[in-house]
Design a protein around this ligand. Structure first.
Ligand SMILES: [Zn+2]
Length: 461
């Protein structure tokens, strides 16, 4: 199977460090606020990676971390009067609850910064011994970027670009402005731990290097996170770990895209953050997954107003066919292996969930046609879809139950919906003539189709 490696900027054949095993680490959430759609996207992407590796027969050790101490958490603690550790613990519980509601599975291993302070201190001591880090005289410890000549290999940035987007602080204590904090001295009243450099807490970047090493040893197969982590976070992780061990840290660096909301960057300052809980209040977890996985994981995901409603509408149509096939042929077992092998082929090409999901339109169209002809193969297609696509967290509900919860009352009649689905499939195949002919047929039945990037809506004319 092939994976896009951000380090080499190309797709590469996956070769594990150790035969039959995958060691995978994904940078998790800084628990200063609630889980938003970006967190869910990242958690889902790496859950899918893990499950597909498992399907290929690998034993996967998959670790995610929670950053449960940092400036933002300390600021929240001040704001709310709740101690930082209590605030972080409550937030973790809340986020875990949302992820369970989204039915995104947990990693094999959860790592929390505050549970690895000893590992972090030992890691920093090792870097100081090797001349890659130094105490700043102010209680902070800094990594010496000049001591690691390969710095910049992941982001491809040269030194002039490196000060962009990086907070420059305590410059008088650093040997070079590029140096970054491994340990931060505690200010009055802040949460802190004892260290050889006085009371303080770890910097963000060192957490991941130290916890990774504690969990996996010196090298891992896959390191992941959002693309916004490439610089400085992942660049710094590489510098820290490789400076200490002298070995390549991760063989494959993978990055998921970022979330946009109606074309704009999603950010607190723009006030357009889409909370996971709000999406789950309105849509099923499967609609969420269908929406998040229907484009390539490396691309940015644009959350338009139509994205989730359309995903839900597709699922309702799919479940309608599932329900019909399961009631028409209750005893028919077995599946269609072709569906599974096409799925594996798509996923083996850098986890192409977009292609795997677009195949569904054709399968359901075929199932629908077979149903009309009274052919039990319709049920076998449905059986296979349930089995194969459960890897993406889809089609895991009882069809009747799903439809009773999510189908909208004012739906267009079945005949119109079937034509609309057929038209959508034609558009996916770029068969514009067929698509136009179907639009006219739908119009003759009294319905207008409105397209958007992610789907369509039917309205009565
Ligand atoms: Zn990290």
């Amino acid at each position: 199977m092939k994976i896009y490696n951000s380090l080499t900027r190309r797709k590469e054949e996956f070769v594990p460090l150790e035969a039959g095993k995958v060691k995978m680490y994904a940078c998790g959430i800084t628990v200063s606020g609630e889980a938003h759609i970006g967190h869910a996207f990242q958690a889902l992407v790496y859950d899918v990676f893990r499950k597909f590796f498992e399907k290929q027969g690998y034993k996967v050790l998959y670790a995610r971390n929670y950053t449960d101490v940092d400036d933002k958490i300390i600021a929240k603690s001040r704001e709310t009067g709740i101690p930082a550790d209590v605030y972080a613990a409550r937030m973790i519980e809340k986020i875990d609850g949302e992820m369970r509601r989204a039915r995104v599975d947990e990693p094999t291993l959860w790592l929390k910064a505050t549970e690895h302070i000893g590992d972090i201190i030992a890691f920093i001591e090792g870097l100081i011994e090797k001349g890659h880090a130094y105490p700043g005289g102010n209680g902070d410890v800094y990594f010496s970027v000049d001591s690691f000549p390969a710095y910049g290999q992941l982001s491809g940035r040269d030194k002039e670009d490196m000060l962009d987007g990086v907070r420059v602080e305590n410059d008088e204590c650093k040997r070079s402005p590029y140096d970054f904090a491994l340990w931060k001295a505690a200010k009055e009243g802040e949460i802190s731990w004892d260290s050889p450099w006085g009371k303080g807490r770890p910097g963000w970047h060192i957490e991941c290097s130290a916890m990774n090493r504690a969990a996996f040893g010196d090298c891992i197969d896959i390191h992941g996170g959002g693309r916004d982590l490439i610089f400085p976070h992942h660049e710094n992780e590489i510098a820290q770990t490789e400076a200490l061990t002298g070995k390549p840290f991760a063989r494959y660096w993978t990055h998921n895209g970022l979330i946009k909301v109606n074309g704009q960057k999603m950010s607190k300052s723009l006030g357009n953050v889409v909370l996971l809980s709000d999406v789950l209040d309105r849509f099923s977890d499967e609609a969420l997954k269908f929406a998040l996985l229907s484009s390539n994981y490396r691309g940015d995901l644009n959350v338009t107003d139509d994205l989730f409603p359309n995903a839900e509408a597709h699922l309702v149509r799919f479940y309608t066919i599932i329900e019909r096939a399961e009631s028409a042929f209750p005893c028919e077992q077995g599946g269609e292996e072709e569906i599974d092998s096409r799925f594996d082929e798509a996923m083996s090409d850098d986890f192409n969930t977009a292609l795997a999901l677009s195949d569904l339109f054709g399968y359901f169209k075929e199932a629908s046609r077979l149903l009309a002809a009274g052919d039990p193969r319709a049920r076998r297609i449905v059986n296979q879809i349930r089995k194969t696509y459960s890897l993406l967290g889809l089609f895991r509900y009882d069809a009747k139950e799903y439809l009773s919860r999510h189908a909208r009352e004012e739906e267009a009649p079945e005949a119109v919906r079937a034509l609309a689905e057929e038209r959508w499939a034609a558009r996916k195949n770029r068969d514009w003539a067929r698509s136009d002919a179907l639009r006219e047929e739908i119009a003759r039945m009294g319905y207008a189709v409105k397209d958007s990037k992610d789907g369509y809506t039917l309205t009565k004319m």
